[in-house]
Design a protein around this ligand. Structure first.
Ligand SMILES: [Zn+2]
Length: 67
């Protein structure tokens, strides 16, 4: 799935990276209620690790909520 992420400006493949705070804590998305679509499998208060993609050309950063 990582190969399909592309920068909308440059058209080059985005590189998957890990994101942390300065203290080393991971970033989480937390749902407050069941969601439709890609998040449909998540229940309330479930945590999801976002995947960070960075464009090597322009530096654009995108966050994707992936399983
Ligand atoms: Zn770019």
């Amino acid at each position: 799935m990582t190969e399909s992420r592309r920068c909308p400006d440059c058209g080059v493949g985005l590189e998957a990276m890990d994101v942390q705070t300065g203290d080393g804590f991971k970033l989480y998305l937390v749902t407050n209620e069941p969601k439709p679509g890609i998040l449909g499998g998540l229940g309330a208060k479930e945590k999801l690790r976002p995947t960070v993609y960075v464009c090597p050309e322009c530096g654009l950063v995108r966050l994707y909520a992936e399983e």
